[in-house]
Design a protein around this ligand. Structure first.
Ligand code: MN
Length: 354
């Protein structure tokens, strides 16, 4: 499928993380290795997150073309592509600004992804779509991208291969939270990455970021604004937090989990989309023990009410809700919690020092 491609575009989910960006860069080299004259470009809707900055620099050094799409006009030429590759994206909504571009300018589409729940129904069925994905076999898209890279390794210079293997390893490290959760093939693939010369220490180092002052403020706001609830599922008490921040929502969610909550929802008003962005996180062990998935139990029910779309894993993911009213979503979310809980939802309220 990747042979005889003249023009290709690779897109990631909004605010690309290391897994998304590394996979995209590797894919770009895979396509170029098969077609020397292929025009390959990566589009990053709304840019990338902090962890991805070093990977971005490395990809640039490797001569990979990357366009950060802040507004639709940033995508200059609109000639149709032989193929568009969507990497590390659970739902079509997550392509945000490049959604329409993909809808209109791709002769065929390849989805490379490792999420369990996926939503691409908006893509016209007339398009040729191939999807390579499995959450059981791969814990990151970087692992899947590496498998493809492996297939063309004899066509790529060994020094470039070593660098690509290193950024892909960084992608795996990021998505597995430094191997805290892995899939069937993770260690096998990582061993092969190292065989290609991937530098483990360097990969770890790539992901370290100094927390910016704005992210610190966002975390403080996240805690000050959050509401805590107690519900009961399968006889067990579950602590749920709802908060809202303007940015750094995944920092906020991680932080509330570290604080002791089992399930966290963070809402953001997206003024460009005039919609509410939601992300969710669950404490991995509790979600596994209860055998529930947050997407189906909670998030899907909000999408049913408001429209939009989303995806992710049992314990982490996100959605766009087609409503621009934070309060309304919070009220609805509490309603959903009530329907899921075996006892009525109890809000945890404490007096504040005056
Ligand atoms: Mn990923």
């Amino acid at each position: 499928m990747l042979q005889s491609i003249q023009k290709a575009v690779i897109v990631t989910h909004v605010n690309a993380d290391p897994d998304a960006l590394s996979s995209a860069c590797a894919l770009s080299k895979v396509i170029q290795s098969l077609n020397t004259f292929a025009n390959t470009k990566i589009l990053l809707p709304e840019g990338m997150n902090q962890e991805s900055k070093r990977i971005y620099e490395l990809c640039k050094e490797l001569g990979i073309q990357i366009v950060i799409v802040k507004k639709y006009s940033d995508i200059e030429e609109k000639e149709p592509n032989d193929i568009c590759v969507i990497v590390d994206t659970a739902s079509f909504e997550q392509l945000r600004l490049v959604k329409d571009y993909v809808k209109q300018n791709c002769k065929s589409i390849l989805i490379l992804d490792h999420h369990q729940f996926r939503d691409f129904k908006e893509l016209d069925t007339a398009l040729k779509i191939v999807c390579i994905s499995s959450e059981i076999d791969y814990s990151s898209t970087s692992e899947i991208a590496f498998m493809l890279l492996d297939r063309v390794s004899n066509r790529i210079d060994s020094e470039i291969l070593r660098k690509l293997a290193t950024i892909l390893l960084a992608g795996v490290l990021s998505d597995t939270k430094r191997f805290q959760r892995i899939a069937k093939n993770t260690f096998y693939i990582v061993a092969n990455m190292i065989k290609y010369g991937a530098d483990y220490e360097n990969a770890l180092h790539m992901l370290t970021v100094e927390k910016s002052p704005t992210s610190r403020i966002a975390r403080i706001k996240c805690v000050l604004r959050h509401r805590g609830f107690k519900i009961r599922i399968k006889g067990r008490e579950i602590y749920v937090a709802i908060s809202n921040v303007g940015a750094f929502e995944s920092d906020c969610a991680t932080f509330l989990i570290a604080l002791g909550y089992d399930v966290v929802f963070v809402l953001t008003e997206d003024d460009k989309l005039k919609a509410i962005r939601l992300i969710y996180r669950g404490k991995e062990d509790i979600i596994t023990q209860l055998n529930i998935d947050i997407f189906t139990e909670f998030v899907r029910k909000l999408i049913d009410v408001y429209g939009g779309g989303g995806g992710g894993h049992k314990a982490a993911g996100g959605a766009i809700l087609r409503i621009y009213d934070l309060r309304n979503v919070v009220t609805q979310l509490i309603k959903v919690m009530n329907s899921v809980s075996e006892v009525s939802v109890m809000e945890i309220v404490e007096e504040k020092p005056s």
